[in-house]
Design a protein around this ligand. Sequence first.
Ligand SMILES: [Mg+2]
Length: 324
Amino acid sequence: MKILLAEDDALSRTLLQRTLQRAGYEVAAVEDGCRALAELSKEDPPRLALLDWIMPGRDGIEVCREVRRRKDHAYTYLILLSSRETKQDIVQGLESGADDYLTKPYDAEELKARLRAGERILELEDRLVEARESMRFQATHDLLTSLWNRGVIVELVSREMVRSRREKWCNAVMMCDIDHFKKVNDQNGHAAGDDVLREVARRLQTSVRSYDMVGRYGGEEFLVVLNKCDPSSAVARAENLRNAVAAKPILLSTKSLTVTISVGVALTTDFPNRDADDILHAADMALYAAKEAGRNCIRLAQPGTLPPAPEAPHAESPVLISHK
Ligand SMILES: [Mg+2]
């Protein structure tokens, strides 16, 4: 494990560095507070730091305060070293953000035990961060396909519509539905059905650009949002998605299966002053038209297919009123 050692006294620094190296640490040794902060700001910095209180430039207390001010770094476990040992000194040291305090002359075994305690805290911190990340992932993603879940993708449609209106560009909202999916399940079992869903999700995801968005809208229904989409190329882009699914059969454990999707496309520029619900409704109606037309095809939602929008009192009114 990497550890930062900041100590201005050359002899103490060398002795301490040796003790730490013998204990198995990879030591970055510096002689003042400014260099200590520079080390802690590097990429993949040490998570453990031993800081002398009195140092030229910035002292140990200032380094602790500065490290605690940063919010975008992983936690650093800080131990202050000092020959000051009154209660007030210890309180001041801990108040500045240090996790622990060791008075000089230090005992090597005690130092090592305190470092191990620090490592335990860091491990705990890492596990908490991991658990939080995993919970965040589960709350925002569909667990079968790892795509955005319905709540998130609908929210993204809403947010991107506000942005596209402001920036005056077009977003294409595509409702993609696997054709005859019930038959896939009935004839091959639900495990095969899940494999098909995962593979279709993967093909959709790899067919769009990194700033486009793909989510699972419902059972076998996926929502794709293409940002800044040239309206004249939207149908061709939808055709790419359709083809990415249909072109090659999907390999299941016992056989391979050709699967197709139908796609309903709605362009935000065709539906000015409409909200996300309306656009999703328009895409859904276009999807229905694609199904009616024989499936494995694309249909573009036509402006005018939605009932007229209620008159808004002010075109720029920021207040959202639900008319449902
Ligand atoms: Mg000193």
